[in-house]
Design a protein around this ligand. Structure first.
Ligand SMILES: Nc1nc2c(ncn2[C@@H]2O[C@H](COP(=O)(O)OP(=O)(O)OP(=O)(O)O)[C@@H](O)[C@H]2O)c(=O)[nH]1
Ligand code: SF4
Ligand code: SF4
Length: 308
């Protein structure tokens, strides 16, 4: 279903918890505030069921750190039963070594793992935790578990920009499928970190010169470069970028039960938490949630627009 800017709504991004075992200095917590542990799994599944009915095709699980949810495998199982063919998760990788096979078995299709450094020192400077080796183990296990395509997220900033090309070498060596080079952007709690912003243009230019192929992805019209090794490098510039917003196909379900139409905005959300608290039967709840989605589609707009 398209919004009034002609953008289809195809992707549901669910914040499972605000809890996290890292303290990345740029964390934006999906633009949400507070320290909530999340909706009940039944409520999450119900929203995903309605989303599927109105044409949403994929689900992304995020946080905080989604692996801190004890019922994570049950949530994934429930989503798979709804018939979703693209269920993915973005994680810091800390707990993956023990979890990767269980997640795959539950129905997780693919995974994005944050790795913003190539050394223990920089990793700690960015995340506040000395866990580089543990995350590497997690990545290797995720590869063995077949959670593919496996993507590594690298948020470029003043503390790690000098490691960017070595990071690409490491990704090739690890055998992951793709990397996301992400521009630091001033969202939510992450606004205070914007002083550490660094430009991605020069890096993208260098990558484009060695790439064997360039593609433009439907999602956010993100540019993707295929390196001679086969590694795909996707360059994500989410800030003040009207092209990115023109290709936005997602809606968020927040930890406290709101349909959030834009990562950057708190003012055009639809609060459906009362539906979960009510004692209506499931059929009525589904109808109310469907109506909320219709309102969300009606009010949805690109955050960064072309100026007329
Ligand atoms: N402005 C904006 N940035 C976003 C949005 N979604 C993701 N991003 C940025 O893109 C980065 C990568 O997000 P991920 O969750 O790893 O991946 P994804 O965007 O779901 O993409 P795939 O897994 O490749 O389909 C995030 O760290 C955000 O900075 C969005 O809707 N708006
Ligand atoms: S791992 Fe993710 S959720 Fe946790 S602090 Fe870092 S950016 Fe935030
Ligand atoms: S409209 Fe733009 S800023 Fe808002 S969620 Fe979509 S891509 Fe992100």
């Amino acid at each position: 279903m398209n919004d009034r800017f002609g953008r289809p709504l195809e992707d549901l991004r669910i914040t499972l918890t605000h809890a996290c075992n890292f303290q990345c200095f740029f964390c934006h917590m999906e633009g949400e505030d507070g320290m909530e542990n999340g909706l009940k799994k039944e409520d999450i599944i119900l929203v995903a069921k309605v989303a599927k009915k109105i044409g949403i095709k994929s689900v992304k699980l995020t946080g905080g750190e989604p692996t801190l949810r004890r019922d994570l495998t049950e949530i994934i199982r429930g989503l798979k039963l709804l018939g979703y063919e693209d269920i993915s998760m973005t994680t810091n990788g800390f707990l993956l070594k023990n979890l990767a096979f269980k997640l795959k078995e539950a129905g997780l299709d693919r995974i994005n793992i944050s790795l913003h450094a190539i050394s223990r020192e920089t990793f700690k400077k960015i995340t506040g935790v000395d866990a580089f080796d543990k995350v590497i183990e997690g990545i290797k296990t995720a590869i063995n578990a077949g959670l593919r395509p496996i993507k590594l997220n690298f948020v470029v900033n003043k503390r790690n920009i000098s490691e960017t090309f070595k990071f690409l070498d490491l990704a090739e060596k690890l055998g992951v499928d793709e990397v996301h080079l992400i521009e630091l952007h001033p969202v939510g709690l992450g606004k205070k970190a914007f002083t550490e912003h660094d430009d991605l243009n020069a890096i993208e230019e260098q990558i484009s010169r060695v790439a064997v192929k360039k593609e433009i992805r439907k999602k956010h019209f993100r540019p993707r470069y295929v390196l001679p090794s086969g590694l795909i490098v996707e360059v994500i510039k989410p800030y003040a970028n009207p092209i990115f917003c023109a290709g936005c196909n997602r809606i968020r379900l927040s930890v406290d039960g709101k349909l959030k139409t834009c990562l950057y905005r708190e003012d055009n959300v639809i609060d459906i938490s009362d539906v979960f608290k009510s004692d209506f039967n499931e059929e009525v709840k589904e109808k109310l949630i469907e109506k909320a989605f219709m309102v969300a589609i009606a009010i949805r707009e690109p955050n960064f627009k072309y100026k007329l």
